[in-house]
Design a protein around this ligand. Structure first.
Ligand code: C5P
Length: 395
């Protein structure tokens, strides 16, 4: 039996936590509930106590509670910390490590996986600071469940509804071991091409999609090697990790690592061109115009796909126009087994966002993976990769 510590915060979706507890218990989870002060404005601790079968925890400093199960014991007890609903305020506190009540203190104290199911008005969800906080939590390896689009309690329509209780319970279940013992090489992030000792050319890639793929593939049982350009993300645990800076370094490392890999996923935004020469000294200002000579880098994914014993090779195509045309063209020209195409430079999704959507193409078909968190999208893409990999290897 797994122990779920359920945090309930103060949003109208708090009424759904009653159903959530019932479903969790049905799935044999032992559930203990922590409520914030504002959650108790929406639903009573008595209701959640009756459903969970345990007294509800509400206070950080409570003499009687410390005797029974204080916050450190609660944190140790938990196999999963799930916050549903998670308000914008709770997300902001977690993102910044502010521990001023029982739930935010527990977030710092637990060592188990953390899941949050946000629920808020759509404008609050779209606010830049909320998205930044969410991105921060994803970087800290918190798994995002939802939110969903639809009509909201406030009468507005948009993203911000809490995911339905049954879907939350499904999301908690460990992913199927679809990639058990498969060796997967993943590239992620941008590359950095130096001009001189102080300047370089790079791009907007955050590395989030590649890192999400590496983390989820590991959860699905794969042995992952992540080759990463310079990013601001934490190095994932249980994953062989090699950090590189330039396209040339990434090429060398990938070619060293590629033998014996079952799959290669090229999620890195590799520079197509690099300065023809790197100046030893800082380039000085001269005249009104300056022309930079660039030379083509080696195409890493195409070089892998050209190998005699190539792994199942998946590329990405980030485009601002003609998505399908460019993706299909790259699939063929680079001899890939699959390509995941996404729009970049849009209001939502793409390079620097916590969310993304993909249109995936392979020689015999295509599939749309709708906008969701990069973790969830990574799950869906890896599931599709494992299906196509199995189809190819049983043919
Ligand atoms: O041709 P384009 O750069 O748009 O192709 C994108 C795909 O090719 C991505 O999968 C990227 O990781 C890969 N790529 C590469 N080496 C390069 C350029 C792109 O592996 N030098």
């Amino acid at each position: 039996m797994k122990n779920v510590l359920l945090g309930v915060t103060g949003g109208i979706a708090a009424y759904k936590s009653a159903e959530l507890i019932r479903l969790l218990r049905q799935q044999n989870y032992d559930v203990r509930v922590v409520m914030t002060d504002s959650a108790m404005e929406f639903i009573t601790p008595l209701t959640l106590q009756a459903l969970s079968g345990h007294a509800v925890h509400t206070k950080l400093l409570d003499a009687s509670e410390e005797n029974a199960m204080g916050h450190i014991n609660l944190a140790r007890w938990a196999d999963i910390l799930l916050i549903a609903p998670a308000t914008a305020s709770c997300i902001a506190k977690f993102a910044h490590g502010l521990a001023d009540d029982l739930l935010s203190t527990l977030y710092l104290a637990v060592q188990c996986p953390v899941y949050i199911a946000p629920a808020m008005n759509q404008a609050m969800w779209h606010k830049t600071v909320t998205q930044e906080n969410i991105a921060q939590l994803i970087m800290h390896q918190v798994t995002l469940i939802g939110p969903e689009a639809g009509s909201q309690a406030c009468g507005e329509i948009g993203l911000g509804r809490m995911t339905e209780a049954s879907d939350i319970v499904a999301a908690l279940d460990a992913p199927e071991q679809l990639l058990l013992n498969k060796k997967i090489l993943i590239t992620a992030g941008p590359t950095r091409e130096p001009l001189d000792p102080v300047r370089y050319i790079t791009n907007r890639s955050s590395g989030k999609m590649g890192y999400a793929l590496a983390i989820q593939a590991e959860k699905m049982g794969a042995q992952v090697t992540l080759v990463s350009g310079p990013v601001a993300l934490e190095k994932p645990s249980n994953i062989a990790f090699i950090s590189v800076e330039t396209a040339a370094e990434m090429y060398t490392v990938v070619m060293q690592q590629v033998s014996e890999q079952d799959m290669m996923i090229a999620a890195a935004a590799v520079a197509d061109y690099t300065p023809a020469t790197v100046q030893a000294d800082k380039i000085k200002k001269q005249g009104d115009e300056s022309i930079l000579a660039l030379q083509k880098t080696q195409d890493i994914v195409a070089s892998v796909a050209a190998l005699k014993d190539k792994p199942f090779t998946v590329g990405f195509a980030a485009e601002t126009k003609n998505l399908e045309h460019y993706a299909q063209e790259k699939l063929q020209r680079k001899n890939l087994d699959m390509i995941a195409a996404n729009w970049v430079g849009q209001a939502e999704g793409g390079f620097d966002s916590a969310l993304n959507a993909l249109q995936v193409y392979w020689p015999e078909g295509t599939k749309n993976l709708a906008m969701c968190s990069k973790n969830e999208l990574a799950n869906q893409l890896l599931t599709l990769i494992s299906e196509r990999y199995n189809a190819k290897n049983s043919a």
